[in-house]
Design a protein. Structure first.
Length: 251
């Protein structure tokens, strides 16, 4: 079952900065071509907790979930928490895509993708044929075994280096992760037991020097931990200037 929903929460305003966010719902490189097409079932909105508040702390599988991953974006991070970590206002919608149907031999059990700051399309108007890029996207996938999850990270990093992406090793809360930087955005990928996380931030959302700090803090938030460590380059691959790199396979 693949489910999409739109959460119209807005982040708190910030006096220090104003964010103009053109963005794209689907993260470049996050498609799963080896997995079956399933019908999209639109829903009226993302369910909230009974008390109307967002879940906090380390994300866990939603009640009734058999995939090992959360089903709701609020189980990862609310728009308010995202704005607090980025230190810029996160305006627009939170768009959720949840899928729990994959090929049996893929080892994947489920995937939740949350796009933050998606511009709202006014009622009665037609969306643009080519949506603008997403400012921030967080994707978590579940697998049947930890070794499979770790292997997906390894193949993602290898593919990124082969495509000329800058790869930087970064440990967060004892988990090995990597920053992947190209001309359009910067991503952080890591495995945590049977899960993989991909956090992708569009260039320009925050100052360039703050990008790795923001991604590390987001990763720590997802793990319910404190951010530690300093990014250190690994390998010799560099991103070509002024040209787009090939899409990086996503865990």
């Amino acid at each position: 079952m693949l489910v999409t929903s739109r959460d119209r929460r807005r982040g708190r305003p910030a006096a220090a900065a104003t964010l103009f966010l053109p963005l794209l719902l689907v993260l470049s490189g996050c498609s799963n071509g080896d997995e079956p097409e399933v019908p999209v079932v639109p829903t009226s909105g993302e369910p909230t907790d009974g008390d109307g508040t967002d879940a906090a702390g380390e994300p866990s599988a939603s009640p009734g979930s058999t995939t090992g991953v959360p089903e709701l974006c609020s189980d990862l991070a609310s728009a308010g928490e995202i704005a607090q970590i980025l230190q810029v206002p996160m305006q627009g919608e939170t768009v959720r895509v949840y899928n729990d149907e994959f090929l049996p031999d893929s080892g994947r059990t489920g995937r939740l993708t949350c796009s933050y700051g998606v511009p709202e399309v006014p009622e009665g108007t037609t969306p643009p044929p080519t949506p603008p890029p997403v400012p921030l996207e967080i994707a978590v996938s579940g697998y049947t075994e930890a070794d499979i999850a770790a292997g997906r990270i390894d193949s993602t990093v290898d593919g990124a280096q082969a495509a000329g992406t800058v790869v930087t090793a970064q440990t967060v809360a004892g988990r090995d992760g990597f920053l992947l930087t190209d001309v359009e955005d910067v991503s952080f990928v890591m495995a945590d037991d049977i899960r993989t996380y991909v956090i992708t931030l569009l260039h320009g959302v925050v100052p360039a020097a703050a990008e790795p700090v923001v991604l590390v803090n987001l990763a720590a938030h997802l793990l319910g931990a404190s951010a530690t460590g300093t990014p250190t380059p690994t390998g010799s691959a560099t991103a070509p200037t002024g040209s787009a790199t090939a899409p990086t396979p996503s865990p």
